[in-house]
Design a protein around this ligand. Structure first.
Ligand code: CO
Length: 195
């Protein structure tokens, strides 16, 4: 991959990575800081974006694809059109991508409150309301190691906090009230045939 910004003119291409599901131990541990910003890292970013769009989801953190490093990708803006193919199967037509790669994030500011029904590609089938900050300011590095600032509100702020939690080994179920958490985990593990 060249050193040009691979996020410009993003095209839906890459390798679909396997998404680990809760309670895989990689999802439960704190991820390591990224120290090398090389082509290998950028290929991982590209494949994570591809995997996220194909899911389709709005965010994906490296631990979810088995890499315990402080990296996540998000896009809360792209277009998803559900289509039925000639053979009767359903698929999505995706367009208008706004990919963002976030590495070694630090939440600098947090304010307000919002409640949003969250889901997670690593906790399939579970959707629960979670209370988060309405606005966050994030300092992070891009795929070339350059420091950047992200000012995020509403859904983008939800997504940033959800993905940032993944880097600390926290799945969104942990953000629920004690009773809801217990119920949601039990139901999830039963549905997954893990209990
Ligand atoms: Co998630």
């Amino acid at each position: 991959m060249s050193t040009e910004n691979f996020l410009e003119n993003y095209k839906l291409e890459g390798e679909k990575l396997e998404i680990l599901t809760y309670p895989n131990p990689i999802l439960l541990k704190k991820a390591e800081k990224v120290t090398e910003f090389n082509d290998e890292l950028r290929t991982l970013c590209k494949n994570m974006l591809f995997t996220m769009y194909k899911a389709p989801g709005v965010g994906l953190a490296a631990p979810q694809v088995g890499k315990s490093i402080r990296l996540f990708v998000i896009d809360v803006d792209y277009e998803r059109e559900k289509v039925t193919r000639a053979d009767g199967t359903e698929d999505y037509n995706l367009s208008d991508f706004h990919p963002l790669v976030v590495i070694n994030p630090i939440i600098k500011e947090k304010d307000g409150e919002q409640i949003y029904e969250e889901g997670c590609l690593s906790v399939p089938g579970v959707y629960e309301e979670v209370k988060r900050a309405q606005h966050v300011v994030l300092e992070y590095q891009d795929a070339y190691g350059k420091t950047q600032i992200l000012d995020a509100e509403d859904l983008r702020a939800v997504c940033v906090q959800h993905e940032n939690d993944h880097l600390d080994g926290i799945v969104f179920l942990e953000r629920l009230s004690l009773l809801k958490k217990k119920f949601a985990k039990k139901k999830y593990l039963r549905d997954q045939g893990k209990e």
